[in-house]
Ligand binder design. Structure first.
Ligand code: SF4
Length: 767
């Protein structure tokens, strides 16, 4: 397996650099016979700019877009196979309705009528909260906005969720609780300015490979670059690291506090920045309470390196070394699921921001705390449009009466339609579906039949036959482990077959145009949503005329107006601009604004120059956290709590899940490319040689992995990557034995409601 994977990656790397290898592989095609169109990659939140060659209804090649301002022509192996994936022969092309154990075709009109009838019946009989929407960080921004608008403002339920709850909710919680509003202040340009990189719970080399390529390129250019890695796996990023902090899974909070302790103890903090821009808070009796810098210093005394080492398993010297390198700013931190998918995810995010705030390593070139996004549009589509159960578009929340009123007015909803309390979060939503309290569910562009932790609950809820079983309608482009559970499956258009905007990790909104027709009867999701909404209007459960749009461009225009005057303001991002430019980063309040590289920084953020947040007393380059209370970001004193289910005598191993370079999420798309499948033909369980010996397993031996919730049987891969006592399984494979989410835990962070995919206790046995 190893040799073939290396060969594959090498070949892919050549293709990446050449940028045109796929076109050459497509051979036969002459450049002058095809049209090259700029667009954006369909996979991760790096948001690489790509160009696609197409002729008629065929995509024939893909290359990196050399004119893209931040990704500069780089793409990874997954993107190169997008044309092949789009043309996969198993694309869904006809609406299908359940008949017994199988499906039969149904016309679009009948399918949409059935869908509207089921939702209307549920709303009439049981009220608006008996229906729900479960969307995706892969849906276009306009699609998420439209669904959110329909359910919250039209139907009157906040049961609007999506898979970003599984990947980014803790990052949102971290940004909002520290800075007052979501999303990073820095950008990818900072990679070229940073001196130290801190990679936390992020296998950047495999999950955001273009970002990692750029870090390596920066390291090669400048040579004095430092890389610190905090991760219980020796993932490929460790090969470039100067320090590897290797904690017991889930026990890394003491390490972050200890780094802060060392920085302050050694005088490597920025007193002036702290005085101007930072406040300190703890929680007392369940309420936030202000404390002083001195209180914070005292709190950190509990995390001097020797004690942090005992709590975390990381050597004290490594913590000292990491703190010293962090202080050699400018420092750019990247993190992803290792930090977010935890019951302490928000706190862990707060602690990352703490390090940047106390050292003033923020809002300056090369200095920023930056959460990387796993999906292409979790940021722009779900976080920014407010398409989760507790939020509303562009930084608003359902709990705020002014925010509800603003959105009701803009949407033309009846006053009082938007409920003041959050709807059901993802885990609770599927539980409620299993109890038949949700009677109709719409799933769009995602695969909860594979991706939800403690998966039996979600699969039974969606698919188990029973009297009064809820109605489940799924929109997708491919058959998945979710479509097999649905009552109605609607075939959706794919990337390149519909137009709209993706917003990636650095606040850049990028337009993707139509290049071909969808196959058969597949239709753009937004058209399906329009038709569904109008049918709900005609059935009297949504006010008549509420769905005023005739095309997707009109939805974008309303979105721009929804952002106006907020810290997200992108009024200047007209459709015409986005069609021509390689994306724009918000805030971008006017049509002559070039967008914003660094938020909250005078001279870069246009909102500090005009309008509500303007401040003419600031000097160029000074920071002002205008979205935070009193304009000061918060350093939180958070307890160093461990995971919900650490290893114990009965379940003595820790299971962690994640991704590999060649596959993406539930594999619905990337498994279509044989070249990508070849890298890892089957699922595997990574175990280090010491633990493998204890267990008596060798590479290839099947191992039964059992938790308190379920089991999976997966072949061992003995490799010195996971920490002692830990195994790692990627979650891409859909065959029944490899569904690792039968094993994972659905305990979630009380703040972000994000489940703890990264840590649960298991027992292992040779199968
Ligand atoms: Fe696509 Fe992410 Fe790879 Fe870029 S790094 S090409 S966005 S999968």
């Amino acid at each position: 397996m190893e040799a073939s994977r290396r060969e594959f990656i090498k070949a892919s790397a050549v293709a990446t650099v050449a940028g045109v290898a796929c076109a050459k592989a497509a051979g036969r095609e002459q450049e002058d016979e095809v049209t090259w169109t700029k667009t954006v990659c369909r996979f991760c939140g790096t948001g690489c700019g790509v160009q696609v060659a197409h002729r008629g209804d065929r995509l024939v090649a893909l290359r990196g877009d050399m004119e893209h301002p931040t990704t500069k022509g780089l793409v990874c192996a997954k993107a190169l196979f997008l044309p092949k994936i789009v043309h996969s022969p198993d694309r869904l092309t006809t609406p299908m309705v359940r008949k017994g154990d199988g499906f039969e075709p149904i016309s679009w009109d009948s399918a949409l009528d059935l869908m509207a009838d089921k939702f209307a019946e549920a709303i009439r009989a049981h009220g608006p909260d008996s229906v729900a929407y479960y969307g995706s960080g892969q849906a276009l921004s306009e699609e998420s906005y439209m669904a959110n608008r329909l359910f919250k403002g039209g139907i009157g339920t906040n049961n609007v969720e999506g898979n970003p709850r599984l990947c980014m909710a803790s990052a949102v919680g971290g940004y909002v609780s520290t800075f007052g509003k979501d999303e990073p202040m820095g950008c990818y340009d900072d990679i070229w300015e940073a001196r130290t990189f801190f990679l936390v719970g992020s296998n950047t080399a495999e999950c955001h490979p273009v970002i990692f390529d750029q870090i390596l390129a920066a390291k090669q250019m400048k040579r004095n670059i430092n890389i610190i890695v905090l991760d219980p796996r020796r993932s490929p990023v460790v090969s470039a690291a100067h320090v590897h902090l290797n904690p017991i899974p889930g026990f890394d909070l003491p390490v972050l506090h200890s780094m802060a302790h060392c920085l302050i103890r050694d005088g490597k903090y920025d007193r002036d920045f702290i005085e101007k821009n930072v406040q300190f808070k703890t929680v007392q009796d369940g309420q936030p309470a202000s404390v002083s810098f001195e209180d914070y210093v005292k709190f950190l005394d509990d995390f001097e390196p020797q004690r942090a080492s005992r709590l975390s398993g990381v050597p004290a010297e490594a913590i000292e070394q990491a703190a010293a390198l962090f202080a050699m700013g400018p420092t750019m931190s990247f993190w992803t699921m290792g930090l977010n998918q935890r019951t302490t995810g928000v706190w862990a995010n707060n602690l990352m921001h703490n390090l940047h705030l106390i050292t003033g390593n923020i809002c300056k070139p090369g200095a920023t705390s930056f959460s990387l996004t796993g999906q292409p549009n979790a940021c722009g589509g779900v976080r920014d449009t407010g398409s989760l159960c507790h939020i509303l578009p562009y930084g608003r929340v359902v709990a705020n009466a002014d925010h509800r009123e603003q959105m009701e007015k803009l949407w033309g909803a009846k006053p009082g339609t938007i409920k003041p309390t959050p709807g059901l979060n993802t885990i609770e939503l599927f539980k409620a579906l299993g109890r038949d309290e949700i009677q109709a569910l719409l799933v769009l562009c995602t695969n909860p039949g594979q991706s939800i932790p403690n998966l039996h609950v979600a699969r039974d809820a969606m698919g188990k036959p029973r009297a009064n079983k809820p109605f489940v309608c799924v929109l997708d482009a491919y058959p998945t482990r979710t479509t097999e559970l649905a009552d109605l499956v609607l075939p959706a258009a794919m990337w390149s077959e519909k137009s709209g905007v993706f917003g990636m990790s650095e606040r850049r909104y990028q337009y993707q145009p139509v290049m071909k027709n969808a196959p058969g009867g597949a239709r753009p999701d937004i058209d399906i949503l329009f038709e569904f909404a109008r049918r709900l209007e005609s059935r009297g459960v949504v006010p008549k005329g509420y769905t005023k749009f005739t095309d997707v461009d009109e939805v974008w225009d309303e979105m721009r107006h929804a952002s106006e005057g907020t810290p997200y303001d992108f009024m200047g991002m007209t459709r015409d601009r986005l069609k021509v430019e390689r994306g724009l980063r918000w805030p971008c309040p006017t049509e002559d604004s070039p967008g914003t590289a660094r938020r909250f920084t005078k001279g870069e953020d246009p909102l500090l120059d005009t309008g509500h947040y303007a401040d003419h007393t600031l000097q160029q380059g000074e920071a002002k956290f205008y979205a935070a209370p009193d304009n000061k970001a918060i350093v939180w004193l958070r307890p160093a709590k461990g995971p919900a289910e650490p290893a114990d005598d009965e379940y003595p191993w820790v299971l962690s899940t994640g991704r590999v370079l060649e596959q993406w999420h539930t594999g619905t798309m990337t498994m279509k490319a044989e070249e990508l499948r070849r890298a890892y033909p089957a699922c595997f369980m990574e175990i280090n040689p010491r633990d493998a010996q204890k267990l008596g397993v060798r590479s290839g031996d099947p191992v039964r992995i059992t938790s308190r919730r379920g089991e999976a049987t997966i072949a061992a891969r003995v490799v010195d990557i996971p920490r002692d006592g830990m195994v790692f399984v990627p979650w891409h494979w859909a065959d029944e034995a490899s569904l690792i989410n039968y094993v994972t835990i659905d305990a979630y962070d009380p703040g972000s409601k994000q489940p703890e995919f990264k840590i649960c206790a298991v027992k292992l046995a040779k199968a």
